[in-house]
Design a protein around this ligand. Structure first.
Ligand code: FEO
Length: 402
């Protein structure tokens, strides 16, 4: 059947049938300048399985790619590895179009899908953790991976082919015509992988560690996530990166995040950055007028220190600073030291508020808190520089930034 869309063969009996979202720029608060893909896969045993679907507006693309391989009504089983809408948005319509014998999800997936799509309550059945579904000549094995990224998440493994469908894990937000990671520039794939981990996976490190252990017991020859390219070469590198990010061992990198109303906090930030560099740290100075919260999270992933500055506005830290701190607190970066600094007019509030939030994030506060009325003089800037030197001293001996 000829359609507008082509499927891409990833093994003799498995095809990528997903959708490419070239225009996506915001993924629930995560800036995605390179777009994304919503991956779905067709597994051709004697029975046919569709692994995951796509975001609702891309149903036509999914169905078109499926139709380039088989009549979609030949799909016997749909497996939903994750109920978030980017993978399940068109599930109810696809079930209507295809009429599969069975729709499977994890135990939590059954619950979550029926809370998203109330008409699916009696249509989805639970796949047991560790359970297998025989497709005839091929099998699917299910592995629960709760909180990676949602409570319902699971992975599906195809033993004979060595393909592991990992849903969000190992995903990246990158739209491309290439379907395999080895066809793309390695530095971009690694950067986007770190960005994805920092912004989506970071809060669930202990779950990642358990999943890596479970994956280590399988014979995996291909990692097929739900976003971005499929990995068919050098899988050890992906495992190594995830293991490193789980550990979050501090580096000598210090991230200084700030915003400024009239330039005072910006001058303080630059003086702290100079002190950090002078003390031997690698510094990322990130103003909030030019850096998005998701890029800051990416830098924080492997940092050793987080230093945050803000002016006080109407008794509060600046709204952009509150935004990034709320976001970072949710992502729970680990093993950081840090400090708070800032300026005020008549009510010195922001620095205390930042210090309190950093404390909630278990960031160990180091050095003297620097708080300046109106405009920093030379003495205040000297204290800022000294704060940078003191933090750099604490990072001495930490590993270098890779
Ligand atoms: Fe790609 Fe958690 O959804």
């Amino acid at each position: 059947m000829s359609t507008l869309y082509d499927a891409v063969k990833i093994t003799d009996r498995i095809y990528w049938v997903g959708a490419i979202d070239w225009s996506l720029r915001d993924f629930h608060g995560y800036e995605t300048p390179r777009g994304s893909t919503y991956n779905a896969y067709l597994v051709l045993g004697e029975k046919v399985a569709l692994i995951d679907t796509v975001r609702a507006p891309f149903r036509g693309e999914l169905m078109g790619r499926i139709a380039s391989v088989i009549d979609p009504r030949k799909i016997d089983v749909i497996v939903s590895n994750h109920s978030e809408m980017d993978h399940s948005g068109c599930l109810p319509r696809v079930i209507e179009d295809v009429s599969p014998e069975r729709v499977l999800a994890s135990v939590k997936g059954v619950e979550n899908l029926s809370r998203h799509f109330h008409g699916l309550r009696d249509r989805v059945e639970a796949a047991a953790d560790g359970g297998t579904l025989d497709l005839g000549g091929m099998a699917l094995r299910f592995m629960e991976t709760r909180m990676l990224h949602w409570p319902d998440s699971m992975m599906t493994y195809v033993p004979g082919e060595g393909v592991l469908f990992t849903q969000d894990a190992f995903g990246i937000h990158l739209a491309s015509s290439e379907r395999f990671a080895d066809e793309l520039p390695g530095d971009i794939v690694e950067y986007e992988s770190a960005k994805y981990y920092a912004n989506i996976i970071m809060p669930f490190g202990s779950r990642v560690a358990k999943t890596l252990e479970a994956i280590g017991k399988l014979e995996v020859r291909m990692i097929a996530p739900d976003h971005g390219p499929v990995y068919r070469r050098d899988l050890d590198r992906q495992i190594e990166l995830y293991s490193r990010w789980v550990e979050q061992a501090p580096t000598r990198k210090a991230v200084v995040v700030y915003d400024s109303m009239w330039g005072s906090t910006a001058r303080m930030a630059r003086a702290i950055a100079e002190g950090l560099a002078s003390g031997g740290s690698s510094v990322k100075l990130m103003g909030l007028k030019e850096n998005h919260r998701s890029d800051i999270a990416t830098e924080v992933l492997e940092a050793g220190a987080l230093i945050v500055g803000s002016p006080t506005q109407n008794g509060q830290m600046f709204p952009t600073v509150a935004d990034v701190l709320t976001y970072l607190r949710g992502l729970s970066p680990k093993r950081l030291i840090g400090a708070a600094f800032g300026s005020y007019g008549w009510s010195p509030k922001a620095v205390g508020q930042i210090a309190e939030t950093l404390g909630q994030m278990k960031v160990e506060l180091v050095g003297e808190r620097v708080e300046v009325q109106y405009v920093p003089d030379d003495e205040a800037l000297r204290r800022c520089r000294e704060l940078g030197v003191a933090i750099a001293g604490r990072l001495e001996g930490a590993r270098s930034v890779v």
